[in-house]
Design a binder for this molecule. Structure first.
Ligand SMILES: [Ca+2]
Ligand SMILES: [Ca+2]
Ligand SMILES: [Ca+2]
Length: 333
């Protein structure tokens, strides 16, 4: 019975991934747990646990009243959806939402005609970094393809939306002071007159999907405060012109970033050279964790940093959800 349930969930998870990608949206995180709870929502991005203070009043049997603060845990999922305009073909119909893990208490945080993607809650649950093409969309005619976006910051209520820098697929450091993301190493503009997918042109996306990496994509880190003050530039931590590096995720317990890397000469819609790597920011060591001829995407650390979940192709065109230990051992799907 247990095996049957697991297979069923995996099948539904892979179907969801395929369907979402047909609509041009990338699913990356938490698909399996999301499917298992049975929520009918799309494109979950990140679940973070954070604490809130709850006042619990207790009356003693005597005359005195005791009021104490008690810690509780609240899980929140940030995701994008076009649920408020489901028939719209426009990327701008996608907005950022928060919800409880059981699908209740859905809160819409953005409302515009621009495309939002990949919201990610800070470790303390108070801020969200997300991607939007709102600055690109303002340019008439557009100067770069609309699936090239910028990173923005806002509060967990949607207030204070502020541009940080050009980039995609951001993830927070454990202390909430830094983010990692992928973007073009050259920063060159992409001529919009070139048809998709702009083969081989630095600064141009490799696919038409929202947040697609560029042909010269590298992994960057940046201090959020330095970006807000406009005083610091992001730091390139991969510098690999021969490879497209994308989808970084910062370990919640260590100065390590997991990401995918694949050859610039590969088929970018089914990359047989794609593998998962971990970059240790303290030692500079780069460790390869997967070794096969199938594609991996979107790696994400478990909350305790001991395991990594990722999208994987295993003998077919659709994606499955795979898990491995942080050192690459114990792979299963
Ligand atoms: Ca929007
Ligand atoms: Ca690169
Ligand atoms: Ca591979």
């Amino acid at each position: 019975m247990k095996t049957t349930m697991k297979r069923s969930a995996m099948k539904r998870a892979s179907m969801l991934i395929y369907w979402v990608r047909e609509r041009g949206v990338v699913i990356k995180k938490r698909i399996l747990s999301y499917m298992l709870i049975g929520a009918a929502l799309m494109n979950p991005r990140r679940q973070r646990v954070f604490c809130c203070a709850v006042l619990a009043a207790a009356l003693s049997l005597g005359a005195s009243r005791i009021v104490k603060a008690q810690q509780c845990l609240v899980s929140t999922i940030a995701f994008t959806s076009n649920r408020d305009a489901p028939t719209s073909p426009q990327q701008g119909a996608f907005e950022v939402y928060l919800m409880n893990p059981d699908g209740t208490n859905v809160r819409r945080l953005t409302d515009n005609t621009d495309g939002e993607a990949f919201p990610n809650l800070s470790p303390d649950g108070k801020r969200i970094v997300f991607e939007s093409n709102r600055d690109n969309a303002l340019e008439v005619p557009p100067q770069v393809p609309l699936n090239i976006g910028d990173l923005f910051l806002m509060s967990d209520t949607g207030n204070g939306q502020t541009r940080l820098t050009r980039g995609s697929s951001a993830s927070w450091s454990p202390d909430g002071k830094y983010i990692t993301f992928h973007r073009s190493a050259s920063g060159l503009a992409c001529p919009v007159s070139v048809p998709p997918a702009y083969p081989g042109i630095p600064g141009c996306p490799i696919k038409t999907d929202p947040s697609a990496a560029t042909w010269d994509s590298d992994i960057f880190i940046a201090r959020v405060g330095g970006l807000l003050d406009n005083e610091e530039e992001p730091i390139n931590i991969t510098n690999s012109p021969e490879a497209i590096d994308d989808d970084p995720d910062w370990s919640p317990v260590a100065q390590e970033i997991v990401f995918t890397s694949h050859s610039v000469t590969d088929n970018q819609v089914n990359s047989t050279t794609a593998e998962i790597y971990v970059k240790n920011l303290e030692t500079g060591a780069l460790t390869r964790l997967t070794f096969n001829n199938e594609e991996e995407r979107g790696p994400a650390w478990s909350p305790d940093g001991s395991r990594i979940v990722f999208m994987c192709r295993r003998g077919g065109p659709d994606f499955e959800i795979c898990v491995m230990n942080a050192d690459g051992s114990g792979k299963c799907n």
